[in-house]
Design a protein around this ligand. Structure first.
Ligand code: FAD
Length: 424
């Protein structure tokens, strides 16, 4: 697939590139647009704000990390078949090719009355519009003892790709053959519905080749596998018989780092050699701390036409931090789509144009079931004006019939395309 035709069309914002003139252009040029977080949502928004405004809007991206590390495909690093370097991209093209100003820092506060954001370095920046895309926060206190166990290096989450991803693979490499890897999954919604099941496959694939007497235990707080259920179950039965055990309705409530023991809401205690416990999640800390998380204190409600927070005017929130619409996954692909709708809407608002009343979003999530074979789930989501939300388009999307190596090639194609679309 060629890059120019990838992803972008669905936001129906192409028309924005035509016809900048007079007063509307002046407003757009004067506006300060800040973007908090350079992940799948924020980096895409920064680039597309420049593209859709014909490079006139002033866009500043604030991100603490020096480079972008992709969570998609990071389970392959946990399984040992790929390196983190293969998933890492620089930010420079956003400034060199697109004129985005990049500040390497963290935002520690947003003042919606004064319309400023405060950086960890102490600096304050004014804004007319701010986009907030800080990903998720892991609620370590939702599992008793988890914060201490993480600090001691005993249980790692590796749910934000980086040093923990590599460290988790090292724990597997250091485990005896005949040991047990346990992954626990919080109740949905959480970042990347199929991600934990894909990780279980990657660990099983590594064990099959290197430690065949070992076991993978999936402890799921949900009633059943939350994504691609039949496909994953078939893979576990056919590719990893006797190795992968799936236990639904198992909610981990506490962990003892010394004895590597997990406690559950209902069932008896269990032990494992390598623990990968994923706690409940919420919107990124900055969104919660600034009072944007008005859905149960955890997620941010937005107006789906422009992704503006329903709590604060001129603050637009994207990606994993939002309270999603029905059947909308918390995925990198979806964050990329939110970003384009928001960027188009912001450019339209600052230009006194009508905001697109009928946005459409697409999503494809690929999961590697071993180092080469892949399954996918795809969906299309359309804005329904009468209900002010997105809903899946009936009959759209679908699932793979089963894993293939050809889909493995498509999955890498998807990754290279979305990285180029986001950062290239
Ligand atoms: C193991 C795994 C596998 C996955 N696989 C897939 C997949 O195959 N396909 C898919 O589509 N999705 C996948 N995902 C999900 C995907 O990674 C997320 O949905 C996506 O990253 C969400 O984008 P985001 O912009 O909301 O957050 P992120 O991409 O996490 O970006 C958030 C950014 O904000 C920055 N930030 C946070 N707080 C601040 C602050 N206060 N100031 C400044 N910057 C800040 C962070 O440093 C980070 O760079 C996977 C996730 C995991 C964990």
């Amino acid at each position: 697939m060629d890059r120019r035709h990838f992803i972008g069309q669905s936001t129906a914002a192409i028309g924005l590139l035509a016809g900048f003139s007079g007063q509307s252009r002046a407003n757009l040029q004067k506006a300060e647009v800040l973007v908090i977080g350079g992940g799948y949502g924020g980096a895409t928004a920064a680039k597309y704000l420049r593209l859709f405004s014909n490079n006139t809007a002033k866009v500043t991206l604030i991100e603490p990390n020096a480079s972008f590390i992709s969570c998609p495909l990071s389970n392959l690093v946990v399984g040992g078949s790929r390196t983190l370097a293969e998933l890492t991209s620089p930010y420079d093209n956003l400034s060199k090719r697109h004129g985005v100003k990049i500040i390497q820092d963290s935002v520690i506060g947003i003042d919606p009355d004064k319309k400023t954001v405060k950086l960890a370095s102490g600096k304050k920046l004014p804004y007319d519009k701010v986009i907030v895309s800080p990903g998720v926060s892991l609620l370590m206190n939702s599992i008793e003892g988890l914060a201490q166990a993480n600090k001691a290096g005993v249980t790692l989450q590796a749910w934000k790709a980086g040093a923990e991803t590599v460290a988790l693979h090292k724990q597997l490499a250091g485990m005896r053959d005949g040991g047990t890897f346990a992954i626990s999954i919080p109740e949905a919604p959480y970042r990347c519905p199929p991600g934990p099941y894909e990780r279980a496959c990657q660990v099983a694939s590594y064990f099959k080749q290197n430690k065949p007497k070992s076991k993978v235990l999936i402890l799921d707080a949900n009633q059943d596998v939350t994504s691609k259920g039949a496909l994953f179950k078939k893979v576990w039965a056919e590719q990893y018989p006797g190795m992968v055990e799936y236990l639904p309705k198992h909610n981990v409530t506490a962990v003892d780092a010394k004895t590597k023991t997990m406690k559950f809401e209902i069932q008896d205690d269990m032990k494992a050699d390598v623990l990968n416990l994923l706690p409940a999640m919420s919107a990124g800390e900055i969104a919660v701390n600034t009072g944007l998380a008005n859905s149960n204190g955890r997620w941010v409600n937005v107006n789906f036409l422009n992704f503006e927070s329903t709590a604060q005017k001129d603050i637009h929130v994207l990606g994993d931090s939002i309270q999603v619409a029905y059947a909308m996954p918390k995925s990198g692909h979806m964050a990329n789509q939110h970003a384009k709708v928001a960027a188009a809407a912001i450019v339209a608002e600052l230009s006194d144009w009508e905001v697109n009343p009928a946005p459409v979003l697409t999503n494809t999530c690929y999961s590697f079931v071993n180092a080469k074979e892949v399954v996918h789930v795809a969906s299309v989501h359309q804005y329904i004006a009468a209900e002010k939300t997105f809903k899946p388009v009936p009959g759209s999307g679908g699932l793979s019939p089963g894993p293939t190596t050809l889909e493995g090639v498509y999955a890498w194609g998807w990754a290279h395309n979305i990285w180029a679309d986001t950062l290239g």
